[in-house]
Design a binder for this molecule. Sequence first.
Ligand code: ZN
Length: 197
Amino acid sequence: MSSNRDIDALIDMMAKLPGLGPRSARRAVLHLIRKRELRMTPLADLMHTVAATARECGNCGNIGTEDICDICTSEKRANGMICVVEDVADLWAMERSGVFKGRYHVLGGTLSALDHVGPDELRIPHLLNRIEAEDVTEVILALNATVDGQTTAHYIADQLDGRVRLTSLAQGVPIGGELDYLDDGTITAALNARKTL
Ligand code: ZN
């Protein structure tokens, strides 16, 4: 503890962030205070802006600061391919690798009998609508290799019923792994070696 109430409160808030703990939070806060002009003030301004503007894309579920995200509005990305991911973190991981040039669809989870998650709790109906509306020719499933991820993949395959080419990332992806934990090379290899379902 720093012995100052406001600074301690800031450290406590930072310590709750994913990937940080009390020790990292203390170091980060000390760094921010020492680099007030360079780091802390711009960070505070950006947080204020993003807190006011961040929202889900009404089309794909990506997080951005507009109603429809940059990927969905870009004509360059309208190449007939949609990559289906569970979570925004997976979309961002795919974008980080830079290998995929189409659009995305974020399901917002996976089907789960245990947690009572059915197709209508996910963005599966909207995915089916997009396939018609956006002249989609290939759907790439980039779902995690968990039981629920694979159940979801089978459900989507049933719903598409051969209307478009359906592929899945090659299994360079570890069981139970999440895309965000993979390096860019592994993501690129998994996309390039995708297999038809
Ligand atoms: Zn979007």
